[in-house]
Design a protein around this ligand. Sequence first.
Ligand code: BES
Ligand code: ZN
Ligand code: MN
Length: 511
Amino acid sequence: MSTYTLRAANPAKTRCDAVVVGVVQGGKGASGPGIAPGGEDVAKAYGRAFRPLLSSLGVTGTAGEVTKVPTGKQLSSPLLVLVGLGRLDKGEQPSATAVRRAAGAASRAVANTASVALALPTDSVELVRAVTEGFMLGSYAYTAYKKKADDDSTQQPGEVVVLCSSARKKDVGRAFEEAQVVSEAVAATRSWVNTPPGDFTPPAFAAAVEAAVKDTTKGRGPKVSVRVRDEKELLELGCGGILGVGMGSAAPPRLVELSYAPRKAVAHLALVGKGITFDSGGLTIKPPSGMNEMKSDMAGAAAVVQATLAIARLGLPLKVTTYAPMAENMVSGSSVRPGDVLTMYGGTTVEVLNTDAEGRLVLGDALVMAAEQKPDVILDVATLTGHMVVALGDKVAGVMGSPDVVDDVLRAAETAGEEAWPMPIPEHMDERIHSSRVADLSQHDWIRWGGGLFAAAFLREFTGGLPWGHLDIAGPAFNSGGPSGHLTSGGTGYGVATLVDYARALCNVGG
Ligand code: BES
Ligand code: ZN
Ligand code: MN
């Protein structure tokens, strides 16, 4: 564990093992790469030798570029790390996104130092947040199953000092503290997603949530209540979607409910997350290549739970009710079959036609429960469809639902530094979801095109007409490539920061 402090100090005179500064590529009206805001004192310490130094090291300032330089006696710290921020026109400020990514890249370059000072751009609260989140998330590593967890790539510096000239300002200090709360929630989400699925069955996931709630609320922590419903209770309640999907697994399904209800709440937000702890596809089995990353099919549930705990830790004046339906979608003699009809919580019947479209079944039950609470708005987060990955790629979430809610979610994603894009729910989808000859709804209709939009239209049936937003995070929830910027391999924790920013904005409107 690293400790983070915020300080106003001269980076050239700060005594740490390493000091990190940003370099920008020369944009319009600039000659060659130059030092980014925050690093001026370091450039000054080198004086006229700084530009030739950059040039002979081949430093260009391209985003993601990291260069390590021994400082000799030029700075109080023995190592200078130059990190690229990308192209910037003269007079322009670096964006929070560029700074977040650069801080992440730098974090992996100083993994085996004991202390590091970050002299990156911190001229605004957004940038202080970006530096802190970028560094904390970039240095995330999942080591629970490594015999030897101490190789260079998984070490973290003991002490991280974020340098900022306005460190003593109240809003800056608050942004710094809040960034740490959000980053811890993102990191916890990543670890849940990264846990091998055999060790993270629905009962194990539910127990992990209970432990996380206990940890958050202990001592002087906020009040969050948790309730875990087992398969017997789900049967009594009539949660046919969750039970139907879970039927083929040796591990029984669960439904986890969280509630954070501060006395001065100005609005009520309901969150619902898809918690398929492993998605084999069921009898409509996936091809091997499609099954590889399916331990990540609970990323939506992990994100809504961790966002709820972060909102509570931040003390936002908002009531949050969260539902995480958990099931394992497996192949066995007791699996749900194509052609079976499930009766969902609330009584709607659904004809199952493809057991691999299981997410919408567990979400249906949970959305009806969420709607029963009459919240001001419902958001669901789900690794729902491969169609969304085809449409938007593996870094961008699709956002659907009530137009106003979609707008607000997109705005929150923007401030959170997560990529999202609006998608429609076309009128004709309504006909398609009502095309079953035997049940109220068809779960699937074998027309491949627009499958992500069909899924959203299906979910909408369970939202009771309330304001609702749906985030399909099938692409961005998991990074199958190597680390890049603040993203590491495996679970990304996508959605947590967007949900927290959405909650913040809701408090400002409501109060
Ligand atoms: N969990 C998958 C969606 C998914 C795909 C997540 C790729 C992450 C990466 C989901 O349960 C699924 O299998 N969806 C089907 C829906 C189809 C049968 C209508 C799909 O995308 O093919
Ligand atoms: Zn799935
Ligand atoms: Mn599936």
